[in-house]
Design a protein around this ligand. Structure first.
Ligand code: NAP
Length: 307
């Protein structure tokens, strides 16, 4: 029987682990299918306070893990495949093995949606990014491309226009999902060029371990061409990792956990932290803060129950 199980080992999960470990609760962290979370997919992080020279994302998240382990947190590689949160202790199935816990911190994140192209996957962190706030700065004076037709794509295109020499927004249809105001803002931005009815077929150049260009195709005319690009940003949505809690933890239509205030969910003793609930800020520092909140709430919950 565990006092605290934390699902997810990104900024939120690791911070929750540091706090609950320091409270002597011996947390167990289930690392999940993207161990280290979104930070493990980035390169230099320059906006996490405390690192004036910046720090590499994977190193930052690994440091957090070590810090938690130093205080007694345990890590288990694996995925949660099933849960029973209908009564306490809560039960979690980790790839076939059931474990029990008095409290649960869900920090399972939201995974960026990718196009799924082989070379796109190989160039993540080397010109391919799903986070304009994190990586835009590296493309000062360079050619940037943003993929997507929703609010995120508009927001990212506008944000990236501060850095890039030009920003091309590529969308697969003629109509946009983005709200009118966000779309107009991007349309009125002289640095943002729109390419509609256009799909990305390939990203180059894996042999240089660097994005140098893309192959595009107009779906109406079937015309294909190559275009030079330095920074390739995906803004085609995120998928919160909440499938295993479906019907138990209250979530919105897209699967994001609905907060019941602080770090509380609809289930007493189950807390949320980070991107699994936050579709707005999605930053390493806000996730870390949310992990701290969830840990403090779990600690108080256990104390109130006499553990
Ligand atoms: P979204 O609204 O779901 O839009 C995703 C976009 O990506 C759509 O245009 C979609 O194209 C495209 N897309 C999806 N899969 C694709 C694929 N495989 N290949 C090419 N294109 C693909 O996601 P979002 O923009 O991240 O927004 C999510 C939510 O957050 C929305 O509710 C949004 O309003 C909100 N948000 C608000 C703000 C703000 O107000 N400041 C900022 C960001 C996000 P189709 O249209 O063809 O499906």
């Amino acid at each position: 029987m565990r006092n605290v199980v934390i699902i997810g080992s990104g900024c939120a999960g690791n911070t929750a682990a540091i706090y609950t470990a320091r409270a002597n609760l011996k947390p167990l962290v289930i690392s999940g299918h993207e161990a280290g979370g979104q930070l493990s997919l980035t390169t230099l992080v320059e906006n996490f306070p405390g690192f004036p020279e910046g720090i590499n994302g994977p190193e930052l998240v690994e440091n957090m893990k070590k810090q938690a382990q130093n205080f007694g947190a345990e890590y288990l590689a694996g995925n949660v495949v099933d849960t029973d949160l209908s009564k306490r202790p809560f039960r979690l199935n980790i790839e076939g093995e059931w474990i029990e816990t008095r409290t649960l911190i869900v920090a399972s994140g939201a995974s960026a949606r990718w196009l799924g192209l082989e070379n796109e996957q190989k160039l993540i962190g080397h010109g391919v990014s799903s986070c304009a706030t994190c990586d835009g700065f590296f493309y000062r004076g360079r050619k940037i491309m943003v993929i997507g037709g929703g609010d995120s794509a508009m927001e990212e295109a506008n944000f990236l226009s501060r850095f890039g020499s030009e920003v091309t927004l590529v969308h697969r249809r003629e109509e946009f999902r983005a709200s009118k105001i966000m779309l107009d803002r991007a349309r009125n931005n002289p640095k943002v060029k729109f390419l509609t009815n256009t799909m990305v077929e390939d990203v180059f150049d894996v042999s240089q371990n660097l994005v140098t260009g893309v192959r595009l195709r107009n779906v109406k005319t079937n015309e294909a061409w190559d275009q030079e690009v330095d920074g390739f940003f995906l803004a085609i949505g995120h998928i919160p990792n909440t499938k295993v809690f479906k019907g138990q933890i209250e979530a919105d239509a897209e699967g994001y956990i609905i907060s019941k205030g602080g770090a509380r969910t609809n289930i007493a003793g189950v807390f949320h932290a980070g991107d699994v609930q936050d579709r707005v800020y999605r930053q390493a520092i806000t996730a870390a803060g949310a992990g701290c909140m969830a840990a403090i709430e779990a600690e108080r919950f256990l104390e109130a129950e006499g553990h």
